[in-house]
Design a protein around this ligand. Structure first.
Ligand code: NIG
Ligand code: FE
Length: 418
């Protein structure tokens, strides 16, 4: 593989020195911006980062033998990391969307057998190949938006066979698609109708019959639960997450999305890698998350699409919680692949600064999936996942809102979008 020399970036955002822990209160200087910056890429990884003249002097042979990418006038950032998606699913739910516009609530629709149940029905009917083809196309769309690593949850199978099917699709996508995938088991996404009268039995089934197989076959790294009034209680969530922990799966939680329910507190208690949504998280929960170092993955697309008040990002940052942003890409509550839009929401609807937003979609997002030492910043030794934009500075990403400004995507040292 020929080296790549990306040179003359008007603003090269490196985010240097943040690989060990997520950052709580990023300021502009934490972005470690290099003007007239360049990156030398060799064998899929970053070999050197610095000013263009500097790197040419240090690596005369490599830089002259390399494929040159001229980034004059362009912003360059680390690839975006999506730490929360429900990537693998079949079907769509646009009819429910119209019902919601007329006043039906997300939970009403779900309780009437729609929502997650509707997608589960379609996903169960789909073959491995059908799910693979549809999800591959979705990954292509994410990649065009600048996403280079994607967390993907199961949770539309709700039984061993179909949860496995979703995770096997994700595994094959990780092998064959240019993007990297990280898998999360989310069997506790909804109580299937068979167990409706006995949710505890479903939890026992997940713990005794499903989780051990998922762990044994190495199909997931994380274990997630929809902890919400009317879905899984805090106690049930704790049980399933602790069982996963014993098998080596790190906990994540869909917490306090629709009501203040104790999800943030549970995330802190279990030292979850992240707690996600948090629209209604209590002050106590937020403080406990800060103390336990749990990353808050905020999903403004969901709040927007369900027409709810956005999570209180400002309060979380001020109280010491590190933030990541993600799309929640799924067919019900957030059918979007646009990281750019999430970034715009961060700045324009959640009171975050452009620096906070950039950290939230790169290095903090990487920490939310335990990948902080591998991706999320432009540093020597890290994966060469880089984005080149058609705008000169990161402020333009918000100033010209609602647009995909990504011009090129370099993933593992290979130019994938140009
Ligand atoms: O993150 N809240 C639960 N799960 C997803 C939505 C899944 C769906 O509606 O299909 C979420 O919002
Ligand atoms: Fe979700």
């Amino acid at each position: 593989m020929k080296p790549i020399f990306l040179q003359n970036a008007s603003e090269l955002i490196t985010l240097k020195g943040l690989s060990n822990a997520p950052l709580v209160k990023p300021v502009e200087s934490d972005l470690s911006i290099i003007q007239n910056g360049s990156v030398l890429i060799d064998n899929g990884t970053i070999l050197a980062v610095g000013q263009t003249t500097e790197l040419k002097e240090m690596y005369p042979e490599k830089t002259s033998a390399a494929d040159v990418i001229d980034a004059s006038g362009s912003l360059v950032t680390p690839g975006f990391v999506e730490p929360h998606t429900h990537l693998v699913f079949a079907g769509s739910r646009e009819k429910e969307f119209v019902m919601r516009l007329k006043g039906a609530s997300y939970m009403d629709i779900m309780n009437a057998g729609g929502g997650i149940y509707a997608t589960t029905e379609q996903t169960r009917l789909a073959s491995h190949q059908q799910l693979y083809t549809q999800s591959f196309e979705r990954l292509d769309r994410l990649m065009k938006q600048g996403v280079t690593t994607v967390e993907a949850k199961s949770g539309y199978g709700l039984d061993l066979e179909n949860e496995k099917k979703q995770l096997e699709v994700a595994r094959e996508l990780n092998q064959k698609h240019a993007l990297d995938l990280v898998s999360t088991f989310m069997g506790a996404h909804a109580v299937p109708s068979f167990y409706k009268q006995n949710p505890d039995e479903f939890i026992a089934y997940l713990i005794n019959d499903v989780l051990p197989v998922i762990a044994k076959e190495g199909l997931a790294e994380f274990n997630d639960v929809f902890c919400e009034n009317g879905v899984f209680t805090v106690e049930q969530s704790r049980r399933v997450l602790e069982a996963g922990k014993r098998l080596g799966l790190s906990p994540k939680i869909h917490a306090d999305e629709l009501e203040s329910y104790g999800g943030a507190e549970l995330a802190a208690e279990l030292e979850a890698v992240s707690a996600d949504h948090l629209l209604c998280a209590s002050d106590k929960g937020i403080d406990q998350m800060a103390a336990a170092g749990v990353v808050a993955v905020l999903l403004p697309g969901t709040a927007f699409f369900l027409q709810k008040k956005m999570a209180n990002a400002r309060k979380m940052i001020d109280r010491g919680v590190p933030l990541a942003l993600s799309t929640d890409c799924n067919p019900g509550s957030s059918p979007t692949v646009s990281t750019a839009l999430m970034m715009n929401f961060g700045c324009l609807q959640m009171g975050m600064t452009p620096a906070e937003v950039l950290v939230a979609v790169t290095i903090n997002a990487a920490h939310a999936i335990n990948r902080g030492s591998l991706i999320g910043s432009i540093e020597v030794g890290k994966k060469a996942d880089l984005l080149l934009f058609s705008v000169p500075t990161h402020h333009h990403l918000h100033y010209h809102f609602g647009e995909n400004h990504v011009k090129s995507v370099i993933k593992n040292g290979v130019v994938r979008v140009k």
